[in-house]
Design a protein around this ligand. Structure first.
Ligand code: ADP
Length: 503
């Protein structure tokens, strides 16, 4: 190795360039000074490049820059040796340095070629600036839209950063709090606006209060809090929702709040009214039940003795007495029907059975059997289509069909026999069952009224009845989560529809 190095610097085999050929001083020094100048420049350029690459860590293709540094520096060295050779003919060293320069130069070429297409796609600072300007404009537009939306909202919206500072607050937040939301750190809201439990009026614990506005423990929606807005002399119920804003990391929280004082009051009143209604309904049902139940005993007595009177004294007293006895008997029969119907109606709630899968075909057949006498005497034809099996209270549904089919047979036009059709059809979520007849029909003006208790469209003389049958039907349908309506015209028959959930 040492030998090789010594050989490199061995000049014995060559004359110095001054002695090789006939150099004039001017010509020789022109070469020497030019080579030295090129050498100096070729050394300065890599220094500048290296400094640049070391300082700008983000420049693209740094490897290429380092290759340029090596390639230019080796070119410079070749020129230095060219100048030295005028005195010291180190041609061997010159050759090796030229070889190194050639290798580094080709290395640079090879590395440069694949870089060119990528370099061509690099954007110029101008195009980047244009893009940044466009993006900035878009952002400003989005911000303006967001601000317009926030300003037009009737609920308070504040955005809080991770330190608890309000960084955005809309106009409604100021109206609701009675002062600018940004002027008070959110952590102090509970003390400043006297956060309390709406039910008890007791102050919220510090942790709970912070969670209401800052979602420190868990995200929540619609948390009611009693507050006293700044400058106000009345408490209000605010409902708060707090949600974290998360991009790559958590950026803060958006807290939304609205004054729901009026809404909560109305809800409470509604709830109270509902409870009151439910209680009075229950009372009424109890009353109807007790009344009809307790009336049965004295009614039985009246019926029994009027029957006895009729049996023993009919034709034995005068004509008037016979008429009075007949009225009393008729009255007792009607009262029995009324009481029976009232009992059925008032027991719909208390005697309800758990819902089970119920075959409506069987129920309708049962009802027809129950109505057999009326069907036979009127000569009615009843057509029953295929009906579904539904989940419900079998006894109540049987009562429903008995009432509807009973009416269809009863409200027949004079001189005709009833034709009754029972049919079922399924739509998306429910079964619609219809009971239609060819009877006297109903004026559409009364199609809602007939479902109320004791609402009758005819006198007792024309068609007997209590006015409770359809009220029972309505109640049963409602208890099964269904709907009920009638389609009819006077003199053209009537169709009653019952829509029941298909599940
Ligand atoms: P009721 O039959 O005992 O009078 P309902 O509650 O069953 O009581 O019926 C209320 C009223 O609706 C009846 O009085 C009658 O006027 C009318 N109505 C009920 N069903 C029919 C029907 N199928 N056709 C014509 N009218 C009817």
């Amino acid at each position: 190795m040492l030998e090789f190095l010594l050989k490199l610097f061995d000049t014995d085999d060559f004359p110095a360039r001054w002695h090789c050929g006939r150099w004039s001083d001017g010509h020789g020094w022109l070469h020497i000074l030019s080579d030295l100048s090129i050498f100096a420049a070729y050394m300065a350029i890599p220094c500048v490049l290296a400094t640049f690459v070391l300082k700008r860590k983000d420049i693209p293709f740094p490897r290429i820059f380092w290759l340029f540094v090596g390639f230019i520096a080796s070119c410079g060295t070749v020129h230095l040796i060219e100048a030295i050779i005028f005195w010291h003919p180190v041609y061997r060293l010159d050759g090796v340095v030229k070889l190194i320069t050639a290798v580094v130069s080709w290395g640079t070429v090879v590395a440069l070629i694949p870089v060119v297409p990528r370099a061509l796609t690099l954007r110029t600072p101008e195009s980047l600036e244009r893009e940044v300007a466009a993006r900035t404009r878009e952002l400003a537009e989005e911000k303006a839209k967001l601000e317009a939306v926030l300003a037009s909202l009737g609920v308070g919206v504040v955005v809080v950063d991770t330190e608890g500072n309000v960084v955005m607050a809309n106009a409604a937040s100021q109206t609701l709090l009675g002062e600018s939301a940004s002027s008070v750190a959110v952590g102090e809201w509970s003390e400043r606006y006297q956060f309390r439990q709406p039910e008890t009026g007791t102050a919220l614990g510090a942790d709970e209060a912070r969670n209401v506005v800052l979602h420190e423990k868990q995200e929540h929606t619609d948390r009611d809090v009693l507050v006293r807005p700044m400058g106000g002399d009345e408490d209000a119920i605010f409902t708060f929702s707090a949600r974290p804003i998360v991009s790559e990391t958590e950026l803060g929280v958006v807290t939304v709040f609205a004054d729901v004082t009026q809404r909560r009051r109305t809800e409470q009143e509604l709830q109270r009214a509902n409870q009151e209604l439910a209680r009075s309904n229950a009372d009424l049902e109890r009353f109807a039940y007790v009344a009809s139940h307790d009336l049965q005993e004295p009614l039985r007595m009246v019926a029994m003795y009027t029957e006895l009177l009729a049996e023993r004294y009919e034709g034995k007293l005068d004509e008037k007495a016979d008429k009075y006895i007949a009225y009393a008997t008729d009255g007792a029969v009607r009262m029995r029907r009324l009481i029976d119907d009232l009992l059925v109606y008032s027991r719909l709630q208390s005697d309800a059975k758990p819902a089970t899968a119920t075959d409506l075909n069987e129920l309708v057949d049962d009802a027809l059997q129950q109505l057999a006498a009326g069907i036979e005497s009127s000569g009615a034809q009843v057509q029953r289509g295929e009906l579904p099996t539904l989940v419900g209270d079998a006894a109540q549904l049987r009562q429903l069909f008995t009432n509807l089919i009973g009416n269809a047979i009863k409200y027949v036009s004079p001189g005709t026999s009833p034709v009754v059709t029972i049919h079922a059809e399924k739509n998306e979520q429910e079964w619609v069952i219809s009971v239609s007849d060819n009877g006297i029909g109903i004026d559409p003006a009364h199609s809602a009224r007939i479902f109320e208790v004791f609402q009758r469209l005819h006198g007792r003389e024309a068609y007997p009845g209590t006015g409770i049958g359809l009220a029972i039907v309505k109640r049963v349908v409602e208890r099964h989560g269904g709907r009920l309506w009638v389609e009819s015209e006077l003199g053209r028959g009537a169709t009653f529809f019952i829509a029941l959930p298909a599940t």
